[in-house]
Design a binder for this molecule. Structure first.
Ligand SMILES: [Zn+2]
Ligand SMILES: [Zn+2]
Length: 225
């Protein structure tokens, strides 16, 4: 995310050139924490507002053009992303609403929830099939995936590891091919948090460089078996 990259530049510059006054340090420390937490929704950006106003006041008082420029860049990128994210959120709500109506109409048992380790909404159909909804998925993609889930048999063989009679499957939301949860966890582990479809090479998810977070993610995936 661009905002995070620009924020790192600000921190690097400060570390090398400036001693922060003690009343400003907590605002920076808190902001670092907020950036290190995975961003979930637009409200996370609003929560940064108080940090941003105090730090902006401090930077304006310094008369340091280079730092001011870095900070302005950071604020602009963050704002840009926030506006984009808000548009995505509205679009996502509409898509989920359509999915809900569609499944209600078919009298199928389903649940919509937020998947913690990839931070995206998922639709779980008949307790066994999971569909991940990406920002870029259109309603047509989602409908095609739902239809494909409904037409595949309840018990299936995983085409990657050849395990037979598997009940729970995860599928690619581009090509609708599916595989078992241990295989899904393996892909997640091998690519450090990024899910790469073995069939169509479509990728989603975020690269995780922290071993502990990756391990927790794998455990969460496997707990769904
Ligand atoms: Zn498998
Ligand atoms: Zn695929």
């Amino acid at each position: 995310m661009d905002g995070k990259i620009e924020f790192k530049k600000v921190i690097e510059y400060i570390n090398l050139n400036i001693t922060l006054p003690s009343n400003i340090v907590p605002y920076f420390e808190d902001l670092i924490l907020k950036w290190n937490n995975k961003l979930k929704n637009t409200s996370d950006y609003f929560n940064m507002k108080i940090n941003h106003s105090y730090i902006t006041g401090f930077i304006l008082s310094l008369d340091n053009l280079e730092l001011k420029k870095l900070w302005d860049n950071y604020i602009n990128k963050t704002m840009e992303y926030r506006v984009k994210k808000m548009a995505f959120d509205i679009d996502m709500l509409e898509k989920l609403e359509k999915a809900k109506k569609y499944l209600d109409g078919k009298h199928i048992e389903f649940k919509i929830e937020n998947n913690k380790h990839i931070n995206l909404p998922i639709i779980i159909i008949n307790k066994t099939s999971t569909i991940t909804i990406l920002d870029e998925n259109t309603w047509d993609d989602i409908k095609r995936n739902i239809d494909s889930k409904l037409s595949t048999p309840n018990n299936f063989d995983c085409s990657i590891c050849c395990l037979n009679n598997i009940k729970k499957k995860v599928s690619c939301n581009k090509c609708s091919n599916y595989w078992c949860i241990p295989c899904y966890a393996e892909i997640y582990k091998t690519n450090n948090g990024i899910i790469k479809c073995p069939y169509c090479r479509f990728e989603f998810g975020e690269k995780i460089d922290n071993d502990l977070i990756l391990k927790i993610g794998i455990e969460q995936i496997l707990s769904n078996i």
